[in-house]
Design a protein around this ligand. Structure first.
Ligand code: AMP
Ligand code: MG
Length: 350
């Protein structure tokens, strides 16, 4: 059994030797987990079909769920796509490097193993310096899904990667906690106007400041089984904590009163219950395993802590979690997209 070599570095203090070792592993078809500004990625050479197969195997990911290819220079985009639509060019200029993934028609050098059999390819240019240097050392094209076991919350710290994949991959680059904590925004640029397939830190408003109209995939919001999301990965119940998660939506006081009542009832019946609340509402809760995920005033904080809090609950004997909702102004739709999926759409309105 392999045990991943773990190396630590920071963006301001890159370990060149470790990066070139990571590059060599990638060039030889091995797997390296690395930090990005969104979440940790599990990288393999995106142009090597067997490396992509290894990624699916390590994660236990369904092979129809395509991988995102990460690049680290604008000039590396044209060789892997058929064409770059004008609007995609403008989005790339405005948002890359950064937490935006765009879908293009793929060129022939991109193997179908990487794209889950699709004729399109997802591409992102991350801003994290460790990621950039590793991608270049590895040959320029790194296919990388989030570095978690399929179905678990995405990793926002290297220790999450070790928990899930420590005995399945060659190396883990520990670059500390990630900045954003939610996966990239995915925009389908094969259609006009482009359409958001997965909400993320870059929201619809920000995109519409660059190109005037950007749609939202109806499959993202619909509960109708016949309206499937266009990004294959969005149909899975990702981000699932082990405990049952129930979201409670409404005015703060009412939400807290409902959750407190439920916690008392369930605990009396012998259940261990968790609560996810915000800095602003923390004082309203007294019982259960209470986790404050961040202040609503600072929505970045909430995004950063979301997955770590869900993982923390997995470590404990908790069978039920109640969570407030977080429809914050800028990234609330991305936060809620993840939470609603983790809750399997179970929302109580109070
Ligand atoms: P992850 O890398 O784990 O964040 O997942 C990548 C996401 O990108 C999944 O939801 C995929 O379904 C989606 N994706 C990747 N490639 C494509 C593509 N060519 N078309 C649509 N969605 C894609
Ligand atoms: Mg993922």
């Amino acid at each position: 059994m392999i045990r991943a070599k773990v190396v630590k570095m920071s963006e301001d203090d890159l370990d060149r030797e470790a990066l070139s070792e990571a590059g060599e592993i990638l060039r030889k078809g091995g797997l390296v987990a690395f930090p990005t500004e969104t979440v940790y990625g599990l990288g393999g050479n995106g142009l090597d079909p067997s490396a992509s197969e290894k990624i699916y195997e390590a994660k236990g990911r369904p092979s129809d769920n395509p991988l995102i290819i990460h690049i680290a220079r604008m000039e590396d985009l044209p060789p892997i796509v058929k064409e770059i639509p004008e609007k995609a060019r403008r989005l790339a200029e405005a948002c890359w490097p950064g937490p935006l993934t765009m879908i293009f028609y793929k060129s022939d050098i991109v193997p179908l193993e990487t794209t889950g059999g699709l004729d399109t390819v997802a591409v992102r240019f991350p801003s994290n310096k460790i990621a950039q240097e590793m991608i270049l050392a590895g040959g320029g094209y790194v296919a990388a899904p989030s570095a978690n076991t399929s179905g678990r919350p995405s990793p926002t710290e290297a220790k999450h990667v070790e928990e899930d994949l420590g005995d399945k991959i060659d190396m883990i680059i520990d670059g500390g906690s990630v900045d954003i904590g939610l996966e990239s925004t995915i925009v389908d640029c094969t259609v006009d106007p482009p359409v958001i397939l997965r909400p993320g830190y870059v929201n619809q408003d920000m995109l519409q400041q660059v190109i005037s109209r950007v749609g939202i995939d109806p499959g993202l919001i619909s509960e109708d089984e016949n309206i499937r999301p266009k990004a294959p990965g969005m149909k899975y119940r990702h981000y699932a904590p082990k405990a049952k998660l129930i979201l409670v939506d409404g005015a703060d006081e009412k939400v807290a009163a409902y959750i407190c009542g439920q916690v008392q009832k369930k605990q009396a019946a012998g259940e261990q219950v968790g609560v996810i609340c915000s800095g602003e509402t923390r004082a309203m809760y007294k019982e259960g395993q209470i986790r404050c995920i961040g202040r609503r005033q600072n929505e970045e904080e909430i995004a950063q802590h979301l997955y770590a809090v869900l993982r923390d609950f997995d470590e404990e004997d908790i069978s039920l979690i109640y969570s407030e909702t977080f429809n914050t102004p800028r990234i609330g739709s991305a936060i809620m997209n993840r939470l609603i999926k983790a809750a399997g759409h179970e929302i109580v309105e109070v």
